[in-house]
Design a protein around this ligand. Structure first.
Ligand code: NAD
Length: 499
């Protein structure tokens, strides 16, 4: 069986801990590789060498760093198919979706080509007699990125792009379920001219995450994953004096108003609810039709579309709609939550449990499921299912629907389908959620905006990618400079305005 490596100092390095985690092909259920789980001592060696490499990288002018990003982007583009294949093999998503995973990461690298402009400081001349005032943005040093399984290319690229372009060195700890894409990205970054040691990929589990959080040299942690872990990491990083931004789970609602184009709304719900087997933090998992008439008409349209979905392995062709979920444990958890929905009184309109794909009987597949008459007290509503399950919560009025979204613990994304501009505008203005779609189901902002949820979907300041990420990965230094021509001698003891 293939034994994977870490990426340290510009080369693949075997693990020395003797501890491994199995990597599966979720479509077959087979173990295809094992990934080493690093020890704190291995991390320490990687951090020490990153610390050394960062000094030269930070001194490299931003335009040169931008050129490395430009070449890196080109290499990602050139190797799109190979990267997508790696993503699909370890994650299970379809090839078109895997290409999208790489593409949305690449778009962040494209913005990093603008690093010189994004890192410009401010300047005030004549702030006082002979005094000029200026600020500059400087890298933090060695920073860490800790990423989830569900976007094996995109999220590591969201982390490494702005961090590296700003002049930091990064310790990337990818999900142990999908480690290979990060190693390939590190190789491409090296080919693009990134100096060895500036990006280290250290594989591992909780033990290594804790070692990162406690390491005195690591200055900042960018985390993406589930809410309990995000909250834990935020707390421990902050206690240790580190900058941290930790993005967590989600429960994304879509409101469907009586005046909405219901065919378009149903198409959007099927795509946003079941794409990538529902394993997207921006997946729509709750449909909120307003009024029973809207709800009945919506369900009537959803059922045939959902029943037509083709579930299968990525190797079965580009017409497969979605693949397996990530692990057997995830499959069992999703089935258990569907069972709880039935037991607690929701109406299971389409039952996806028990799906078997011929030739892939051991794969972690879940058929699509649709619930009607879900209520907020049910587990299927309260928990993040992270699977191909769409729940319908019927609302009597727009205000009731809005209140449901506002009262939910999560605040990652939400959407409204309506033909009425005033309602859409009111929703976008009042809802306490970070990313809002108007007749747009998955409102992931483009790479020159920023991505981030509210409430329990994100802990810490500033969003991921875009200008916010450049702020997160740099610190501001402000210089007050005086030159003495024309300035009288004299001692000043008071703290006074500059005049
Ligand atoms: P996860 O929280 O299980 O793992 C994320 C990372 O944390 C991995 O690298 C993992 O090794 C590490 N980890 C796991 N358990 C840990 C522990 N006890 N202590 C320290 N580190 C630990 O998440 P996942 O299952 O890989 O990803 C799915 C979750 O990520 C979902 O909840 C999804 O909503 C969320 N997600 C959020 C966003 C966002 O931007 N808000 C984006 C993608 C995914």
């Amino acid at each position: 069986m293939e034994e994977l490596s870490h990426w340290i100092d510009g080369k693949e390095v075997k693990g020395t801990s003797g501890r491994f985690s199995d990597v599966y092909n979720p479509a077959t259920g087979e173990v295809i590789a094992r990934v080493p789980l690093a020890t704190p001592a291995e991390l320490d060696a990687a951090v020490k060498s990153a610390e050394k490499a960062q000094i030269g990288w930070a001194a490299t002018n931003p335009q040169r760093r931008a050129r490395v990003m430009m070449k890196f982007g080109q290499l990602i583009q050139d190797n799109m198919e190979q990267l997508a294949e790696l993503v699909a093999r370890e994650h299970g998503k379809t090839l078109p979706d895997a290409r999208g995973d790489v593409q949305r990461g690449l778009e962040v690298i494209e913005v990093c080509m603008g690093t010189p402009a994004l890192l410009k400081g401010e300047y005030t001349d004549n702030a006082g007699p002979g005094i000029d005032l200026y600020s500059m943005r400087q890298p933090l040093g060695v920073v860490a990125g800790i990423t989830p399984f569900n976007f094996p290319a995109m999220i590591p690229l969201w982390k490494m792009g702005p961090a590296l372009a700003s002049g930091n060195a990064m310790i990337l700890k990818p999900s142990e379920r999908v480690p290979s894409t990060s190693i390939m990205l590190a190789k491409l970054a090296q080919e693009a001219g990134l100096p060895d040691g500036v990006l280290q990929v250290v594989n591992g589990d909780k033990e290594i995450v804790d070692a990162i959080l406690d390491h005195p040299t690591v200055q900042a942690v960018g985390f993406v994953g589930s809410t309990p872990i995000a909250q834990y990491i935020y707390g421990r990083a902050a206690t240790n004096g580190k900058r941290a931004q930790c993005f967590g789970g989600a429960k994304n609602h879509m409101l469907i108003m009586p005046d909405a184009d219901l065919d378009k709304a149903a198409d959007a719900l099927v795509g946003a609810g079941f794409g990538a087997a529902g394993e997207r933090c921006m997946a729509i998992s709750v449909a909120v039709p307003v009024g029973d008439k809207t709800a009945d008409a919506l369900i009537e349209r959803l059922v045939p579309k959902i029943e037509k979905l083709k579930v299968g392995p990525y190797t079965a062709g580009e017409d497969v709609d979605y693949g397996p979920v990530i692990t057997k444990a995830a499959q069992e958890r999703i089935n258990r939550l569907i069972g709880s929905g039935v037991d607690q009184g929701a109406k299971l309109v389409v039952d996806g449990r028990g799906l078997k794909i011929q030739g892939y009987e051991n794969g972690f597949f879940c058929g699509p499921s649709l619930f009607d008459n879900v209520t907020p007290e049910m587990d299927i509503y309260k928990e993040e299912v992270f699977g191909p399950v769409l729940s319908t919560v019927r609302a009597k009025t727009y205000e009731d629907a809005l209140r449901l979204v506002m009262d939910n613990d999560y605040g990652n994304g939400t959407a409204i389908y309506t033909a009425d501009g005033d309602t859409a505008r009111d929703f976008a203005s009042r809802v306490n959620v970070g990313m809002v779609g108007i007749n747009f189901p998955i409102p992931v902002p483009l790479s020159y905006y920023t991505f981030g949820g509210w409430k329990k979907s994100a802990f810490g300041d500033l969003n991921q990618y875009g200008p916010d990420a450049f702020r997160f990965y740099t610190k501001t230094k402000t210089v007050t400079a005086r030159w003495f021509s024309g300035i009288k001698d004299g001692v000043a003891l008071n703290f006074k305005a500059m005049d």
